[in-house]
Design a protein around this ligand. Structure first.
Ligand SMILES: [Fe+2]
Ligand SMILES: [Fe+2]
Length: 201
């Protein structure tokens, strides 16, 4: 697989998580309270799989490789992507902060959680589209075969050294169980698990 294909496969998993979060919010609003454990699981999944692992690969590996080939660091699509990652982090902090009270049925906390989750879902869906349609095809054209090979090896390092062996697979399982709980299709997760991610076993 090419580096951008790995990132796109991760996008499909992140989209499953977003669908779960959306279903979780709808159920919480109907019930008047948030389900604490799955809410904590999804925040953990977003923080580690989507942000630390996936955005880490983009911010620390892919984007610098593009900048090295002449993409502007400031005032271009890369700075927009970085700003959106930061906006996402702010939404996730807000979600994490309101889980406890929202799970106790506090309506203000529930509204705060729903607000942050809704903002995050909308932000990430459009962010993913921009990367899939514009930035990644650009990266694929910019980087030659050797550079893509190097990038693949760096992605592998992110998985094994920064995340820890087996972490990626563990989060795929969390995504699958949340999808089952909320009646969301987990087919993309199964494909990611079968197709292998960025590392060899
Ligand atoms: Fe991104
Ligand atoms: Fe991404």
């Amino acid at each position: 697989m090419k580096p951008v294909e790995i990132l796109m496969q991760e996008h499909r998993v992140i989209e499953v998580a977003l669908n779960c979060l959306e279903a979780m919010m709808e159920r919480a609003q109907a019930d008047g309270r948030l389900e604490k454990e799955p809410a904590e699981q999804i925040v953990d999944l977003i923080r580690n799989f989507a942000d630390r692992c996936h955005h880490g690969k983009e911010e620390d590996r892919l984007f610098p490789a593009m900048v090295a080939k002449g993409m502007p660091q400031e005032g271009g699509p890369i700075s927009v992507m970085l700003a959106e990652h930061d906006m996402g982090r702010a939404f996730v902090r807000q979600m994490a902060k309101s889980i406890e009270c929202a799970a106790d049925g506090d309506s203000a906390a529930l509204a705060e959680f729903a607000n942050a989750a809704g903002g995050y879902i909308q932000l990430l869906r459009s962010h993913i589209q921009k990367e899939d349609r514009i930035l990644f095809p650009m990266a694929d054209r910019m980087l030659d075969e050797e550079e893509q090979k190097d990038l693949l090896a760096e992605f592998e390092t992110v998985e094994t050294e920064h995340m820890g062996a087996g972490t990626h697979e563990r989060y795929l399982k969390v995504a699958e169980s949340l999808a089952a709980r909320y009646g969301v299709s987990s087919a993309p997760v199964a494909r990611a698990a079968a197709g292998g991610c960025c590392h060899h076993h």
